[in-house]
Structures are given as structure tokens and as C-alpha cells.
Write a protein that binds this ligand. Sequence first.
Ligand code: HEC
Ligand code: HEC
Ligand code: HEC
Ligand code: HEC
Length: 489
Amino acid sequence: MASGLWLVAIFMAYRNWKQELEDERPPRVVPWGFIARCAVVFVLLCTLAAGALWVWPGYLLAKPWQRPGPAPAELVIYFSNDVHGNLEPCGCTPQRWGGIARARGLLKGQDQSCRLLVDVGDAVAGKEHWQVLGWQQYLQALTTMGYQAANIGISELALDAETLRATAKDSPLPLLSCNVQDEKGQPLTKPWRQELIANLRVTVVGVVVPSATTKLGAGVRVADADEQLSRILGDLRKQTDVIVLLASADPAAMQRLAQAHPEVDVLLGGRVPQASREVELVGSCRLASLANNGQMIGEMTLGINPDGTAAGATSRMIVLDNDVPEDPQMLELVAGYNAQLERLNRTGGLAALGVEAVPAPAGAGRYVGAATCGQCHAKAYEIWEKTGHSSAYGSLTRRGRDANPGCVVCHVVELGAADGFRGPTITPDRIGVQCESCHGRGSRHVAARRNGENTARMGKVSPKSCDACHDCIHSPAFDYASYWQKIKH
Ligand code: HEC
Ligand code: HEC
Ligand code: HEC
Ligand code: HEC
């Protein structure tokens, strides 16, 4: 282009000069000197243009990525999944498992020469402000731990497009997804990341397969996973030794992806009820999955052939139990997060933390608090007062976790309901696990009984209602018969 313009300019100058010569009508002389100079300039320009054309497309088009040296014998992949905002173990039982401090404690102790560290997703607990802050802290923690990438999981899809875009932009750790987009079909994150690990060319690709019931955040669109993968995997295969796909998807979708995309060497997932015990071979793809609220780290050891291609693999799940040392730097990060929540709570209460205040369903009545129930059920009240349920909020204040909604939720009367717990000073009568945590809203029953009517009956409490709080993580020893004996009234 530039050289073309130069040529035109030179030609015009020559014509002008010739015209002037003709105007003055001098004897016709051939300007050999001028022509020679033009020729030199022309040759120079051509050489420059050819040089530029040779170098330029190398940058524009994907330059074949060469392995700079011999491939290592194996690649060790550590992966996390399903952390759901659990930056720390809950401390509900002496068995304090999981948390980022133990995760780093474990990873520090492993061989660090040839490894890949990735997060499959479902790292965010929800879309409320405090949960998004927790997710961003988690990404920060993963960066400090030396992670190379994190995938957008199904839980992350609940966030709005702007939050996803802003987090991906600010995150020190690359967030990946080849099929999460905004409403205009623009990608919200990078689709993949390439990394040279001990001479091995490794490409990590992110993908998510939401279920039919997944609610997408405002402005978020999820493109078809297979279509997007088919578009990019062929080219990636040509310049990579190992392709690792992070797939936040249910077991059936994971199998389908592994079968449909033979380019993928390793597939890590997913939305599974239980972590896989060993590597599953689906077609030529090595598949492993992990669950359990960040109580475990997955480890896959992938054999590498001399030509850099993937060979056999083994995997194991490492439980982050009490034997794994806690890393002090991560403990500080967790403390910083809780301090941040406390500051927000002090200045603006639960609203500043983004905890919703959903009105009670129509016809359900309202919460009235245990003291009101106690007016007529004196004996039940007396028994309840002596149980841990009545002092459950105190267990949090003692540990400095009373501003963390992730803890508060099971230690008060329905957090998130407009007539439930809204703060210790705003609703002191909703502190602790109360009668209505199990029996449900009581205002209609109270009104009826005060009128001497036997209409609004409270109904039976199902043993299942305990499970919402006494789940396998927060109360692993739970057994209805023996637990009921301790709070029987
Ligand atoms: C899913 C509900 C749930 C969540 C979330 C939860 N807890 Fe608990 N917590 C429980 C249950 C249930 C128990 C009783 C466990 C048992 O005795 O089997 C408990 C017990 C405790 C106890 C022990 C009380 C004692 O002295 O015996 C502490 C302390 C505690 N939780 C702190 C926390 C903290 C801190 C968090 C947040 C990081 C948290 N909990 C989050 C349900 C929850
Ligand atoms: C709203 C959440 C929630 C529900 C529902 C719930 N619990 Fe609890 N439970 C807790 C928490 C939190 C603790 C720990 C209290 C503390 O801080 O000491 C606890 C502790 C207990 C304890 C130990 C109490 C003590 O005094 O040592 C028993 C027993 C128990 N729960 C039984 C049950 C049974 C049985 C049910 C179902 C009928 C049930 N809980 C339903 C949250 C709940
Ligand atoms: C004005 C008095 C009064 C108040 C306040 C009251 N109740 Fe009752 N409740 C009764 C009477 C009377 C009965 C029937 C006799 C009995 O079982 O003790 C009853 C029965 C019950 C029953 C058995 C099922 C049923 O409906 O017959 C449950 C459970 C119950 N109440 C829970 C509660 C709870 C929880 C609260 C607080 C939200 C509460 N009550 C407040 C008077 C009251
Ligand atoms: C941890 C859950 C839980 C808490 C907290 C709780 N209850 Fe219950 N309550 C039950 C269960 C379970 C039963 C037995 C099954 C049933 O009758 O529904 C029961 C039974 C009752 C009954 C007898 C019902 C009948 O049919 O005879 C009354 C009355 C009652 N509770 C009132 C209260 C009052 C008042 C409080 C608060 C001071 C309270 N409960 C706190 C779970 C709870």
C-alpha cells in the first residue's frame, strides 16, 4: 500500500518535471540520472514491502507453535471444582475439612516441576454481593496458589453479564469459557489458554452445559457447547500436545462431550453427585470429576509419550482433612474476606451485603418468634432454650463469623426472608434456630389459638426438614433418631 503510494508520488513528480522541461522547450535530453535514482528507491521499497509481507502474516495467522525441547515423561494436573464459596471449612464439627488454606498447604508439598492447576467451576456460592466478593477472593487465592486457569461453571451463570465481564477483565487468573456470551453473542471471557509447561504445549479450554432449569443471569447467553468446541478444537489440535477440557456439565453431558470431540485428551468435570474414583476412558478421552464443596483436590497423572502425545492416566482424590497443613497466607486472605463482610454489615447491614429480603409467600402468614410460641407452649420453650439451637447465633459471634451470610443462614430463622433474620439489632427475636425454623411460620396458628379456634394447625415436622441444615458437610454424624432424642419436646 505505502510503496504503491510512493510510486504514484514519484511518477507524478516525474510528470511535472517533464512538463516543465517541455514548457521551457529545452533540447530533449533523457534524464538518466533521475531514472536511476527512482529505480534504486523502487527496489528498496519493494524489498521492504516483501519483508513486511513475510513477517506480518506470521503474527496475524496462528504461527505454528513448536515444542522447544523434549517432552516430559508426565504431566500432573491438580483440579478443584464445586467450591461454592467455601473459602474455609465451616467449623460446624471437629472435622474441619477443605478450604483454600489447606488446598495451598497440600499443593505446596507436591512436586512443582511439571504440573497444571485448574478450577472447573461452580466456585461462586450465588449471585448476592457477598457471594460475588467471595468468588473474586477465591480467584485471587487461586492465582497465589499458581493456578493457570478457571472455568465458568453452571453456578457462575447466575451472575449477570456485566459482573462476569468485569471479573474476567480484573481477574489476575484467566477465566475461560468457549460458550458463555452476552446477548449480542459476544464472548464474555477468553475461550482457552495455552501454556508451555516443561516443554509441553498444553491448551486448556473451558465449556459449560447448563441444565434445562438453570437460571441465567441478566444478559447472559450460553451458546451450544458442541458447536463452539467443533469450531475451535481442530485448529488447537494442530499446535498443542495436550488438550484439557474443563466442563461444568452433568455426567451424561460430560460423556457426550468426550465422545463427540476426540481432539480432547483430558476432560475434567463436572456437576456430579460424587467424585470419580479413577480415570474413566471415554473414546480416547481421559475423564475425571470432582464434587464436595472444595473438601478435596483432584490429581490426575497423565503419561506423556516422547512425541508429546498423551498416554495413560491415573487419578486420585486428595481429601483436605485435618492432616493437611493450613497455609498462613491463605488464612490471612480468608480473614480479610470476613473483615470485608463485617465492614459492609456494620455500615449497611444485610442490604449492603446484597442479601435479599423476599416477602413471605401469600397465605403463609408471618414469623412471630419463639417468645410468642413460648407464651402457650411453656414446656417446649423451656426445653428448646437449653438446646444448642437457641444459642446457635452465639456460636458464630464467638468465632467472628456473624457477618458472613454463608454461616448465618443455618444459625438463624430464615435469612433472606423479609420477616426472617435481618440483623441482630433489627430482629433480635430471629436469632438462633427457633421453633419456626422447623415448624414454619406461626402467625396464623397464633391468631387462631388466641381466638380459641383450632383451625390453623401447625402440621407435623418431617425428619427431612432437618436435612436443610444437618447436611453431610455441616453435620456428618447426623442421625434423626438419636438427634431428636437430644431436642425432644
Ligand atoms: C448448611 C447449614 C450450616 C451452615 C452453612 C453453617 N453451619 Fe454451623 N452448624 C450447622 C449444624 C447443623 C451444626 C450442628 C452440627 C452437629 O452437631 O451435628 C452446626 C454447628 C456449628 C458450630 C458448633 C457449635 C458447637 O459449639 O457445638 C459452629 C461453631 C458453627 N456451626 C459455625 C459455623 C460457621 C463459622 C459457619 C460458616 C463458615 C457455619 N457454621 C455454617 C449448620 C450450618
Ligand atoms: C435452620 C437450620 C437447622 C434445622 C432445620 C435443624 N437444625 Fe439442628 N442444629 C442447627 C445448628 C446451627 C446447630 C448448632 C447449634 C450450635 O451452634 O450449637 C444444631 C444443633 C443440633 C443438635 C445439637 C444440639 C445440642 O444441644 O447439642 C441437635 C441434636 C439437632 N440440631 C437436632 C436437629 C433435628 C432433630 C432437626 C430436625 C427436626 C434439626 N436439628 C433441624 C441447625 C438446624
Ligand atoms: C395462643 C396460644 C398459642 C400460641 C401463641 C402458639 N400455640 Fe401452638 N398450640 C396452641 C394450642 C392450644 C394447641 C393445641 C394443644 C397442644 O397441642 O398443646 C397448639 C398446638 C400446636 C402444635 C401441634 C399441632 C397443632 O397445630 O395442633 C404445634 C406444632 C404448635 N402448636 C406449635 C406452635 C408454634 C411453633 C408456635 C409459635 C409460632 C405456637 N404453637 C404458638 C396454642 C398456641
Ligand atoms: C429443630 C426443629 C424443631 C424446633 C427448633 C422446635 N421443634 Fe417442635 N417439634 C419438632 C419435631 C420434629 C416434633 C415432633 C414431630 C411433630 O410432631 O411434628 C415437634 C413437636 C412439637 C410439638 C408437639 C406436636 C404434637 O403434635 O404434639 C409442639 C407443640 C412443638 N413442637 C412446639 C415447639 C415450640 C413451641 C418450639 C420452640 C420453642 C419448637 N417446637 C421448636 C421440631 C422442632
